[in-house]
Design a protein around this ligand. Structure first.
Ligand code: FAD
Ligand code: SF4
Length: 509
């Protein structure tokens, strides 16, 4: 008999390893184990979402005729890792082969490849994860020989490959990318539609209680838990997004509003990443909405680009460059992550808005992650590995393969520009343009060197000045360096002085 291992992020009935097994003869194992739940201090809501989705998925497979060994989380279980649970199953049943679908995380895949065959004395059959549009091999061959990788060119390949938003070999609307239409500030012209609410069943409630009881020290709160834990619920959330939010997704993709943490975003990343939804079906439904006139092209294209462009691209980079990628720190940042990243108390309104959403919902949208908490970490020169650990811990959608390139590459520029051609560094001016945060902040966004001036302003110039050697020849940063050089010496000194003061007192901001 073969034994199929289904991981927490493989909750897809059409998974490659399930297709390779036979419910009449083989069996499956699923496990909630301490090692996976605790190797990072995951947000409580993420653990609850995954345990509950796993239990629902297991019930669904059993109803379809599969025999499953399901290991429920027990704090004092002697089986603390996946391999220990599998060993216990092998002890009980006559297992000839372990069957897996390649895992999302390098750490686990390496353990399977290098250790498990010996530990289990079993052959391991590993299938490609074809839920992704591009295989690891395909990405490697696209990347080989290129000095610098750019998402836009990869994305075009993915459009051609999937045929999404293509007409007779050409992109719909005559251009590949409509990002120039997607930078509006939200001023209330379109009503916001609240997120769908998911009913909780007995399985959800048992899991929520378990997480409150067993993981009290993990970040976040559970009160506002509202994640889908079944495929049906995830599909309902997707349909709700397509109907109510997609039409404005493009326009307000970069907007930020006090007290409104989800705006026109989809919140489907946790479902895509654990397998309740698959990327191609999501994009096909969005394309259909465009074809039926229910969503404009800038929204549909912008959304599809995030999934078949960015999501596939960062995964490709991860598998191309791991494990060395995770250790990079090309800007040589050495500062510790300030305590407010964990407790959320700061006078900076923009940051406190992001922390509130993060701890309350295990969610912050992309621009909050990139241009607020990420931008601050970049400007302040925080150690990239500490920043990565934080992002991996606090979001319901966080998985190493997608979090690491986004944080280390896109946000921290710690890979020397392999993923992004220039750092996403910005002063308070950008935040003021895209949000209403500064209006409610006790710092002044209009000033840079005075007492009480916005920390992002002086830290921005401090960043520009301290990395002059690395970036002044970058054509995309030439204008900024010209402005810096033209600035009067006195003004420069006052700004740098203010930034140094802030860095010394970083815990008090
Ligand atoms: P929407 O705004 O509705 O976008 C639709 C979908 O596009 C998302 O669900 C997601 O699947 C995909 N997507 C959008 N941008 C990206 C991107 N840059 N990389 C990969 N996929 C993208 N995304 C994760 O799924 N997991 C992570 O651990 C993660 N960590 C991040 C860390 C940092 C520092 C940054 C800047 C971004 C990170 N992202 C991560 C990408 C992005 O912020 C989230 O995918 C998005 O905010 C999820 O919310 P949503 O589902 O409402 O997305
Ligand atoms: Fe953030 Fe500065 Fe605006 Fe305050 S003034 S909200 S710190 S950008």
């Amino acid at each position: 008999m073969k034994l199929g291992l289904i991981l927490a992020d493989q909750l897809t009935t059409n998974l490659a390893s399930l297709r390779a097994l036979d419910p009449e003869q083989d069996m499956l194992v699923m496990a909630e184990v301490a090692e996976e739940a605790q190797y990072v201090a995951h947000h409580k809501q993420k653990i609850a979402l995954l345990f509950s989705a796993m239990r629902h998925f297991s019930a669904q497979l059993q109803a379809a005729g599969w025999r499953i060994h399901y290991h429920h989380y027990q704090p004092d279980s002697p089986h603390r890792s996946l391999v220990e649970v599998i060993q216990a199953v092998c002890f009980e049943y006559d297992i000839e082969t372990l069957v897996v679908t390649e895992c999302g995380e390098h750490r686990l895949q390496r353990a399977i490849d290098e250790d498990w065959q010996n530990q289990l004395s079993l052959p391991v059959e590993c299938y490609q994860d074809d839920r992704f549009i591009s295989s690891q091999e395909e990405f490697k061959s696209w990347a080989s020989g290129r000095k610098q990788l750019r998402m836009e060119f990869f994305y075009r390949e993915m459009r051609r490959k999937t045929g999404l938003l293509m007409e007779q070999g050409e992109p719909c609307g005559g251009q590949w990318n409509f990002d120039q239409d997607n930078r509006k500030r939200y001023k209330g012209a379109v009503a916001l539609v609240p997120r769908i609410r998911h009913e909780q069943d007995e399985i959800d409630q048992q899991v929520l209680e378990l997480v409150e009881r067993e993981f009290p020290k993990h970040p976040g709160t559970m009160e506002h838990f509202n994640w889908a834990t079944t495929r049906e619920q995830a599909q309902a959330e997707l349909s709700h997004f397509i109907q109510h939010r997609l039409p404005h997704f493009g326009d307000y993709q970069d907007a930020m509003v006090s007290g409104e943490h989800t705006l026109f975003h989809s919140l489907i990343a946790p479902y895509l990443n654990c397998g309740l939804l698959t990327p191609l079906e999501v994009c096909q439904q969005v394309e259909l909405a465009y074809q039926q006139g229910k969503a404009p092209l800038n929204a549909a294209e912008g959304f599809i680009r995030q999934i078949i462009g960015w999501r596939e691209y960062v995964r490709g980079i991860y598998w191309l460059l791991m494990p060395q990628y995770g250790q990079q720190n090309q800007l040589n940042n050495q500062r510790q992550l300030p305590g407010y990243f964990w407790h959320g108390n700061t006078r900076m309104k923009c940051m406190s808005e992001c922390f509130e959403s993060t701890f309350r919902n295990a969610y912050a949208h992309h621009i909050q992650r990139l241009m607020i908490t990420g931008n601050f970490s970049l400007l302040a020169g925080i150690t990239p590995q500490q920043v990565c650990d934080w992002y991996l811990a606090v979001y319901a959608d966080a998985y190493d393969w997608v979090e690491l390139p986004n944080t280390l590459g896109m946000v921290m520029h710690a890979d020397g520009g392999y993923l992004a051609s220039k750092p996403y560094a910005a002063s308070g001016n950008y935040i003021n343009k895209m949000s209403d945060y500064c209006k409610h902040c006790s710092y002044s966004v209009k000033t840079s060197s005075e007492e009480n001036s916005c920390p992002f302003n002086s830290l921005y110039w401090h960043f520009i000045q301290r990395h002059q050697q690395q970036f002044e020849k970058n054509p995309r940063m030439a204008m900024i360096y010209r402005s810096w050089t033209k600035m009067a010496d006195e003004k420069q000194q006052a700004i740098i002085h203010r930034a140094e003061y802030l860095l010394e007192h970083i815990e008090e901001l």
